[in-house]
Write a protein of this length. Structure first.
Length: 192
């Protein structure tokens, strides 16, 4: 069975967005080391799950990268990867998902995710989309958590974990320390 992996960047005090909302992520110590780390993580997946807001934001940004003369080699590589990767957007209000290799799921989200996990293929990743991830955590549909923790305390914002009704036991699979002071952690969620 395929795993659903949550991949997010966090501050040391556990926030994935700053107090100014979506994309208030300037605190992330993103550099070549984290680019390499992201490449490694993405090399094991062939499907991305997103909620509506992240899907729209990602589509608007990544489809503009190939024509932007200021795009870096990493951005161009990632834009190509995301274009070719299967994308599933979960939304009850979005009317259509037009980005190449995208499909829209409007209802029976839990059942649909369980069905996708049973299909053949590589693992599935929630790339960003923290509010959607909170919903899937509540439904116990996430199998692996991969987070990078930047060496900064931001004080407020959107927490990494929110709304969990019960304790989740985790098993540490990997930890990395980067020259920038970032820590990369991988946990399996222990299923009961």
């Amino acid at each position: 069975m395929r795993n659903v992996i949550l991949f997010l960047h966090s501050s040391l005090d556990g926030f994935v967005e700053g107090p100014n909302g979506a994309m208030d992520i300037g605190f992330v110590a993103y550099n070549e080391e984290l680019e390499k780390h992201a490449r490694e993580i993405l090399s094991t997946v062939d499907t991305v799950f997103w909620g509506k807001g992240t899907y729209q934001m990602m589509m608007n940004y990544w489809t503009s990268v190939p024509s932007n003369p200021e795009s870096t080699e990493y951005e161009l590589e990632h834009a190509k990867w995301i274009e070719e990767t299967s994308k599933v957007v979960f939304s009850t209000t979005l009317e259509q998902a037009d980005w190449k290799n995208s499909r829209l799921v409007k209802e029976n989200i839990e059942e649909e995710i369980k069905n996708i996990k049973k299909q053949s293929g590589n693992d599935i990743i929630i790339l960003g989309s923290p509010r959607f991830a909170h919903s899937l955590m509540e439904l116990d549909l996430i199998d692996v958590i991969k987070i990078t923790i930047s060496p900064v305390i931001i004080g407020s914002g959107l927490p990494l974990f929110k709304g969990l009704g019960s304790k989740r036991n985790l098993s540490l699979v990997e930890n990395k320390t980067f020259n920038s002071g970032v820590i990369g952690l991988t946990y399996n969620i222990v299923k009961s």
